[in-house]
Design a protein around this ligand. Structure first.
Ligand code: G6P
Length: 611
């Protein structure tokens, strides 16, 4: 979704801004722009619809040089994705702003500002911010004072950056509902909506908190909190290597991230397993005390993270005997919820900034849950900072919009949660924890074996290149795996895909099955496999073509119209993690065959920070 980069330095900052935007491209956007305070002493900008490469071309035709600037990638919400609506927005030649989020009272403000004589040149909600700020500057000449007054009138969510031609020694920032981070350099400072954008210039960061306003100069940073008090925020040194910065030997980030899974799953497990048990304090020092009180679990998440939560429900109820409910965050947040006593509220999120998930957490705090736990990939995210307990998934930065390694590390983390709750509450059957700890240790090797099937799956993908619809079937905990497989396929290949619990096939979707609708299924060798085989017969009897990822022992064989890919053997509990791998590879290779933009599929965003 939208990205912000800002810089103040003694050198020309335009290349830094553009490089920062490129590093944010993965989030999804449809136009881009940059504004600088030029050597001629004025604000100037370049904006383009489309990719950052178009903006770069624009900057070749009309270079912008300056030591203070802001830049943006926009994902359209209010107003079409065209140059006129691209950020930065100006108020006359005096001020420029870039903004992530949505200003909900923009219509009222627009009318008010028009009445004051401000002319609007875009259809965006953002433009009201810059004119409102201009208006406030008439009474409060200091930029920080005027910004404080202006944001007090904004309703909605924003992360924003402002520069002024009259005060070119500073860059202003404000955060409410949309993340911002300051990058600290030597004699130069930076701003971004994600530290990844600044990793080429610094590894020292200050994360702004909700309600913060910052004044960033070349050699100083001042921050005021929501109440207007000057505050010091902690500096964080980022240690992880530049692992996400390039694709290495891989053609796409997605393929690289799929192949990273054995390594990152290993990392997610490190330091969290004892000899024959899970170390409960991996969830924080208060975890054992809180987990002992948990009688129910409520999980809330979006997209791929929601599918991880659906698998966890099978585990929590099936292995640990703990009742579990799961809901998508956008529904949960607007519903009247009846809270069972002693319920642990669990959010799952790769980014930790998904607007609906964050809002659900904030609502939950008012509703009397026992405690909140975030299963999240970004330690500095809002979700982590606002939760009582955290387990980091440690997948490393995920660049491909379609989530892969984040999902499998979420599943591993949720298995750790299941075992921890069962251990503390004494609800696990004898030997289950020790066996699963052993299996978790072997999981990276199993994942490596599944990845070795890469070329086989690439071949299978050819069956899909000309198809417009597909059906994914699964039973038990493999049903959410089928849902995740179908989500991957539609996200990146744009083929319509639906997932059904295999037992529901005859209640509707069977009507769609014919030779043009391949049916994909995953078949570990468990107690449901015989039932699944009957469902597969139902498909074959209607001429449907089957693609089955099956355990070698499952007794499902290749035949006419049935393409079986043999999977390494794995115990039933961890099977959802292993069977995810071939479905990720399948969607990847279908997308490559179709020539789509695999890492940045159309219309989608990596981190959905608006509703
Ligand atoms: C977007 C992304 C998905 C992701 C979902 C939830 O839709 O494209 O890949 O699963 O948001 O994001 P989160 O960061 O909360 O896991």
């Amino acid at each position: 979704m939208c990205g912000i980069v800002g810089a103040i330095a003694e050198r020309n900052i335009t290349p830094i801004l553009v490089e920062g935007l490129k590093r944010l491209e993965y989030r999804g956007y449809d136009s881009a722009g940059v504004a600088v305070f030029t050597q001629e002493g004025m604000l100037d900008r370049c904006r383009r619809a489309g990719k950052v490469s178009e903006l770069e071309q624009g900057l070749v035709e009309g270079p912008l040089l300056g030591r203070l600037g802001i830049a943006h990638t926009r994902w359209a919400t209010h107003g079409a994705p065209c140059e006129r609506n691209a950020h930065p927005h100006f108020s006359g030649q005096a001020l420029a702003v870039v903004h992530n989020g949505i200003i909900e009272n923009h219509e009222a403000l627009r009318e008010q500002l028009k009445g004051l004589g401000y002319a609007f040149t875009s259809d965006t909600d953002t433009e009201v911010i810059v004119h409102l700020l201009n208006h406030k500057l008439k009474e409060l000449p200091d930029l920080a004072d005027a910004l404080k007054a202006a944001v007090a009138e904004l309703h909605g969510a924003y992360g924003l950056a402002v520069i002024s031609a009259a005060q070119p020694d500073r860059l202003l920032a404000a955060r409410s509902g949309s993340p911002l981070v300051i990058g600290l350099g030597l004699g130069e400072n930076f701003l971004a909506s994600d530290q990844l954008a600044l990793r080429q210039v610094t590894d020292r960061f200050i994360y702004l908190e909700e309600g913060d306003i910052a004044e960033i100069r070349r050699d100083s940073v001042k921050i005021w909190d929501q109440a207007g008090q000057a505050v010091q925020r902690e500096q964080v040194q980022y240690h992880e290597g530049a692992e996400a910065a390039d694709k290495g030997e891989y053609r796409h980030f997605m393929l690289k991230e799929i192949h990273e899974q054995p390594k990152v799953v290993q990392r997610t497990l490190e330091g969290r397993l004892g000899d024959d048990h899970v170390l409960v304090n991996a969830f924080g020092p208060r975890a054992a005390e809180l987990f002992a009180k948990v009688r129910n679990v409520q999980i809330v998440a979006c997209g791929t993270s929601y599918h991880a939560g659906m698998v966890a429900r099978y585990w929590l109820e099936g292995l640990a005997g703990i009742p579990c409910q799961i809901e998508v965050a956008s529904e949960f947040r607007y519903r009247k919820v009846v809270v069972q006593p002693d319920t642990l509220f669990v959010t799952i999120s790769q980014s930790g900034e998904t607007a609906d998930t964050l809002a659900a957490l904030r609502n939950a705090k008012e509703l009397g849950y026992l405690a909140s736990l975030a299963i999240c990939n970004v330690g500095t995210s809002s979700l982590v900072r606002e939760s009582d307990l955290t387990l980091l998934t440690l997948a490393g930065p995920e660049i491909g919009v379609a989530s892969t390694k984040a999902f499998t590390t979420q599943l591993v983390s949720l298995m750790l949660l299941t075992l921890s709750l069962g251990q503390v509450r004494g609800t696990l059957a004898a030997g289950v924890e020790a066996d699963l700890v052993e299996e978790l240790r072997r999981l990276p090797t199993r994942l490596g074996e599944a990845l070795a099937m890469d070329k086989t799956v690439e071949k299978v993908a050819e069956l899909f290149a000309e198809k417009n619809h597909t059906l994914f079937l699964g039973r038990g905990a493999q049903y959410p795996v089928a849902m995740e497989g179908s989500l991957k396929l539609k996200e990146i290949s744009y083929i319509h895909a639906e997932a059904y619990p295999a037992g529901e096939l005859k209640h509707g979707p069977l009507a769609l099955v014919d030779a043009d609708m391949p049916v994909v299924t995953v078949a570990p060798n468990n107690e449901l496999v015989e039932k699944l085989k009957s469902n597969l017969q139902e498909v074959r009897a209607r001429g449907g073509e089957l693609i089955v990822f099956a355990d070698r022992e499952a007794g499902i064989d290749n035949g006419e119209g049935t393409h079986v890919v043999a999977m390494p053997h794995i115990g039933d509990a961890l099977a959802p993690i292993l069977y995810t791998i071939p479905l990720q590879l399948l969607s990847y290779y279908v997308a490559v065959l179709k020539g789509t933009d695999v890492d940045q599929p159309r219309n989608l965003a990596k981190s959905v920070t608006v509703e």
